[in-house]
Write a protein that binds this ligand. Sequence first.
Ligand code: AMP
Ligand code: ZN
Length: 465
Amino acid sequence: MIVYNTLHKKKEQLIPIKEGEIGMYSCGPTVYNYAHIGNLRTYVFMDILRRALIHEGFRVKSVMNITDVGHLVSDADAGEDKMEKASREQQKSPYEIAAYYTDVFFKDIDSLNIMRPDITPRATEHINGMIDFVRRLVEKGYGYETSDGIYFDIEKFGDYGKLSDLRLEDQKAGARVEVNSEKHNPADFALWKKAPKEHIMQWESPWGMGYPGWHIECSAMSLEYLGEHFDIHTGGVDHIPVHHENEIAQSEALLGHPAVNYWMHGEFMMVDGGKMSKSLGNTYTVSQLKEKGFDPLAFRYFCLNSHYRNKMNFTWDAMESSQVSYRRLLEGALAHKNGDNAPEPAAQDALKAFFEAISDDLNVPKALGVLWVLVKNPHKSREIYDALVKMDAILALDIDKCAEKCDNKADTQPDIPQEALELLQKRSEARRNKNWAESDRLRDLLGEMGYSVVDTKEGAKLVRR
Ligand code: AMP
Ligand code: ZN
């Protein structure tokens, strides 16, 4: 298998450290809010990678952290802890906030057929490992204490910036107005923060009460679960210049050698051509997709149409056409399922081409092209259906459930009052006109009458709540 390694900026043959095994770490969510569909695109990429590795015959150990402390509002180690901010705003303890959003996160990834990682360590349950990590860095001369925390001295680490080609000099020259004058270098980052009294989550440490920096969490937890040297580390591209540079600096400073062989990054999901982010208020969640009648797997299908290293743009129009294509795919698969048993050589050729594309740095769009040619094959054959199901080991689009999913016909609904059916019709019209506000309003009205709207292949239908 060939993968693109951000560290060397090129595609490389994937050679595991231990034959037949892959250790893989993925930066997980900060659980102070719902994951948005941009975040989820990155986890779909992680999932495709994991499935491809399994298909190649590797035993994969996959670890993804849950950040429930220490991720500050600003990447420059300033501002409030995101968890504490949410806790203040929502009048709940940070632990309640974390428990709630972690639970929703797992449900979201389940609905997108993203396999749960083997281990999902929570930062708050690994504080001792982090303190130990920081203590050893201080002992080795890489960490120093200031009045508000322990910082990593990037000047001591000669290789700082190798992942993103940052030059220390440029960093110094372009540094933001520095809020912390005690830092030796503006790009030095917090390993440990001393907690002000009001900080709810705090732990005893050699430097008094405090909490870990965000970057140390990933270094400490990957060390604990994958050891000093593992194969693959994934995340979104926004993590390259700060979070992952800092992880590299901490881990290599402590260990004296690189911890990770292959760094792989997923590109961003944009929205209406611009950046999607929680702070801009233009993010969407899985529940919003569902409320609008979209199958979460139609969103997965949408993600698969772009290569993971290309930006993609989310619009509701694009989402609509993905839903249509996804349904056509299921219908196409069903036709082959109901096909004959005569041999069909196209099936084996397509399987070969499909997996070749996947092995080439996860070229899923190309693989999907191969799949579509096969779906459209005029000879409807069981052999093709079997090939599609094999491809679905990577795509995870529930192709083997095509019969149930296509059989979702709207009935005549004789027991539903005319008034409700008329509202339903108006809603369908509003959706056809892409008038989402109106369609949402009508759905809410129906909700008040005690009906949920379910969008099926045959059109929308009502289900009594
Ligand atoms: P966070 O919860 O903010 O730490 O982000 C979780 C993951 O989502 C990280 O791997 C980010 O790099 C990634 N991410 C954040 N925003 C986007 C986006 N718009 N598109 C794709 N990935 C994103
Ligand atoms: Zn991380």
